[in-house]
Design a binder for this molecule. Structure first.
Ligand SMILES: Cc1cc2nc3c(=O)[nH]c(=O)nc-3n(C[C@H](O)[C@H](O)[C@H](O)COP(=O)(O)OP(=O)(O)OC[C@H]3O[C@@H](n4cnc5c(N)ncnc54)[C@H](O)[C@@H]3O)c2cc1C
Ligand SMILES: NC(=O)c1ccc[n+]([C@@H]2O[C@H](COP(=O)([O-])OP(=O)(O)OC[C@H]3O[C@@H](n4cnc5c(N)ncnc54)[C@H](OP(=O)(O)O)[C@@H]3O)[C@@H](O)[C@H]2O)c1
Ligand SMILES: Cc1cc2nc3c(=O)[nH]c(=O)nc-3n(C[C@H](O)[C@H](O)[C@H](O)COP(=O)(O)O)c2cc1C
Length: 672
């Protein structure tokens, strides 16, 4: 998404600046209202011009915006912020957006104004691209606490932190919170309160109100040069649809179109599978349904043959899978865009790249079918900037409605509309006059289809070149009534053996203890069983080689013994041969009341308490995997209760014990 395409008529109500924005919006609305002839007088909303200063080498104040992201929201927000700042404060400053991976943490003190867009994942962890920076910052801050660091290191740095998270998770916005605290501890000056964005509610609105406060604070401060053109925020221009950032598109026919990438050809990846930038085309060996025919749900066992790659993995690692949209979604999207799916085209950035667009996802000739299937996120909730870009291409009633939704007066209506999380496909179908050119669609509207991760459910000891996945197949009805078939889980379920899928391995720290004499407790209902199947394969292989193993207790849970007791034969065979010392299975829907793994844990506290004991040579390792939003929290509470009772301590003291164990790597979570 281009930087220019960000903010628009939603700028906060801030004195004269907002009055000007409002007036301009009304002008645009009136103008649009009059020009309802299809294709005529297409005027976009207010576009922000942040590029004028881009090429000047100078000593103007620099604003650095860093993002830690996994699925792209923090990056999108960074670009939006850059665009708005450039518009509000003009050419007197420089503005830079950087992936945290590309930023040298040790040089942070040289910056003057830095904004951090930080997403939280896993168990309150940073994203992969932010991990190094985060580790450095927290260490520097903890050194200050220990009296060995420099509490004035960031004295000249003014900053703002917006955390991205979801309140359903136990550690809500933990990364943003810790980053803010560490920056203050190192002497940095907060320009604005910390922002905590909740994507369970309306993260765009949270971001908007944080920006409102930030601009109010910046307007009063002198850290940035103010626009030379007048009041802050007056550099907005009313732009024509033609100014929405767009790739150049060549439509190819005849011999030029021959050999274009299509869904019938393998995805053009040629990596060794060892990182996200280098996926490997794995061959599907096995696709097997794990639920019985009586079950109304589906969970599939997949085996990925990675022979010929450089992939090596350990039990507990994750595999990333690059999915494709279903042919039905692709056909509908092509129809909504008004092009046949077999259209062959090539994208390129316009000469000189004045709008600083990223290189397109496909450099060569590609069919629209393949571009929509492999690269476009058609089904996730549509973002506001994408909606704003689309609005520039709406006509008549569609245009009037979208402008109302996006105007300050339409905020309540927009909120209700947004809560139904319409996807891009639904928006294109709901507003049929919107027919963006392909260059705009792929350059300014679509978000990239994201990789999905799976906990590997095998061990390399018996399966060095085969990676197993245990995948629950998603089938849900969304708030708009659309039946959502999970993009990746359906993609995998429908694959035939022999098909090839791009994959890579991401290493994790979820590991069996180094010491085989340490007892382990594994808690993993549903697909949370996945990594433990890998652990158990590993234990079985070690035992076969004569290694003496400590006890291993597995707490598994499913709905009904006859429906979704996945891998039953394997688990019971391992329980019989001692690979699992004791197996506990909770069937939540076989009895009158719910029976969950944590209920079994409470009953088996005498067995678990010794594993959760502190002290040299004592205790073992405790693992939990699966649902983060409910199960993992309840299991954590059950563990606290066990320690409380066994040690005769308060809840707070028991929590402290578990925190220390967690810090020591003896409690590990793989939750999503
Ligand atoms: C570290 C990690 C390990 C994991 N391990 C496993 C594992 O071992 N096994 C496993 O099965 N899963 C695992 N997952 C989950 C997995 O990555 C996928 O999230 C899961 O398979 C669903 O992906 P999907 O593409 O099929 O579904 P998606 O299409 O991504 O849908 C996911 C959810 O989003 C909702 N949704 C999508 N679009 C909309 C919309 N427009 N409006 C409202 N709701 C919408 C869907 O209804 C559904 O609930 C893991 C995740 C992580 C992060
Ligand atoms: N983000 C995603 O896209 C995605 C994809 C797949 C799975 N998930 C999450 O991962 C979880 C596992 O999915 P799954 O399909 O493998 O498992 P599942 O079959 O939904 O659940 C496994 C067992 O856990 C039980 N359970 C529900 N709430 C619990 C709680 N608070 N504590 C302990 N046990 C609980 C279930 O019981 P009842 O159902 O009878 O209550 C069921 O018996 C799901 O709950 C889902 O939230 C997320
Ligand atoms: C697997 C998974 C784990 C997550 N864990 C947390 C968490 O521990 N705390 C939290 O506040 N949000 C959590 N989130 C929510 C994300 O932080 C949120 O969706 C955010 O907007 C993602 O930003 P990004 O698109 O820039 O990666 C999690 C989301 C996923 C998919």
């Amino acid at each position: 998404m281009s930087d220019q395409l960000a903010s628009q008529p939603l700028l906060p109500a801030l004195g004269l600046a907002s009055v000007i924005v409002l007036v301009l919006s009304i002008v645009v609305l009136l103008y649009r209202h009059r020009s309802s002839k299809p294709g005529a007088g297409r005027k976009a909303s207010i576009f922000l011009n942040g590029e004028q200063a881009a090429n000047k080498e100078d000593d103007r104040p620099k604003v650095c915006i860093l993002f830690g992201t996994q699925t792209g929201t923090a990056e999108r927000f960074s670009k939006q912020l850059k665009s708005e700042l450039a518009t509000r404060y003009g050419e007197g400053n420089r503005y830079e957006v950087l992936d945290m991976e590309e930023f040298k943490a040790e040089e942070l003190h040289k910056e003057t104004v830095v904004f951090f867009m930080m997403a939280t994942y896993g168990d309150g962890e940073p994203t992969d691209n932010a991990a190094d920076f985060y580790g450095w910052l927290l260490k520097a801050s903890s050194d200050v606490d220990k009296g060995i660091g420099n509490g004035k290191l960031l004295e000249g740095v003014s900053f703002g932190v917006f955390g991205l998270g979801n309140k359903q998770y136990e550690h809500f916005c933990a990364v943003g919170k810790r980053v803010h605290k560490a920056l203050v501890n190192l002497g940095g000056r907060a320009l604005v309160r910390r922002g905590d964005g909740d994507d369970d509610e309306d993260i765009e609105a949270d971001f908007e109100s944080w920006r409102t406060e930030l601009y109010a604070s910046l307007d009063k401060s002198d850290v940035l040069a103010k626009s030379t053109t007048g009041e802050p925020g007056v550099t907005q221009i009313v732009a024509a649809a033609e100014t929405v950032p767009s790739y150049q598109v060549e439509i190819l026919t005849g011999a030029d179109a021959a050999g274009a990438e299509d869904v019938s050809t393998d995805a053009p990846v040629s990596g060794n599978g060892t990182s996200k930038d280098s996926p490997f085309l794995a061959r599907i060996g096995v696709v097997r349904e794990l639920h019985s025919p009586q079950s109304d749900r589906s969970c599939v066992h997949i085996e990925l043959d990675v022979s010929g790659s450089d992939i090596s993995y350990e039990a507990g690692d994750h595999v990333g899978i690059l999915p494709e949209n279903s042919s039905e979604s692709v056909e509908r999207a092509a129809a909504a865009l008004g092009y046949p799916p077999e259209t062959v085209f090539r994208l390129s950035v316009p000469e000189g790249n004045p709008q600083k667009m990223a290189q397109p996802f496909a450099g060569g000739a590609i069919t629209l079918r393949a571009a929509l299937a492999r690269y476009a996120d058609l089904l996730s909730p549509v973002s506001k900037p994408a909606l704003q870009a689309l609005t520039a291409f709406a006509d008549g009633e569609d245009a009037a409605r979208l402008h109302r939704l996006l105007s300050p007066d339409g905020a309540a209506e927009y909120k209700a509309w947004h809560q139904q999380s319409r996807c891009l496909l639904e928006v294109l179908e709901e507003f049929p006059s919107i027919k963006p050119p392909l260059g705009v669609f792929f350059g300014s509207v679509m978000q990239r289809l994201q990789t999905r991760f799976y906990s590997i459910s095998s061990s390399p000891l018996p399966h060095p070149k085969s990676i197993h996945v245990t995948c629950a197949v998603v089938l849900e009805t969304t708030a708009t009534g659309r039946v959502h078939e999970g993009i990746t889980s359906y993609f995998l379920k429908q694959k035939a053996p022999g098909a090839r899928v791009p994959v890579f391995v991401r290493h994790s720290s979820f590991r069996l203890p180094r010491d085989p004499a340490a007892p382990i407790v594994m808690v993993g209902p549903g697909t949370g069983l996945a990594p433990f199947r890998g652990f158990l394969q590993e234990r079985a292989a070690l035992a076969a080689k004569g290694t003496k193993l400590a006890p291993a207790y597995l707490f598994f849970g499913c709905r009904k013994r006859a429906h979704d007791y996945i891998y039953r034969e394997e688990l019971e065979a391992w329980a019989a041969d001692g690979t699992i010392t004791k197996l506990f299975v909770a069937f939540s829907r076989d009895g009158k009341t719910k029976d969950y793994v944590q209920h079994h844990m409470a009953r088996e506290s005498a067995l678990i308490a010794p594993v959760l004991r502190e002290g040299a040579g004592a205790g073992g390792h405790f693992y939990v995997c699966g649902d983060a939003k409910h199960m993992a929290k309840d299991v954590a509470r059950a563990a606290v209760a066990i320690v409380e009772q066994a040690n005769g301590v308060s809840t707070g003291q028991a929590e402290a014990v578990l925190k220390r164990m967690s810090d020591a790597g003896r409690i590990q979570k793989d939750v999503w």
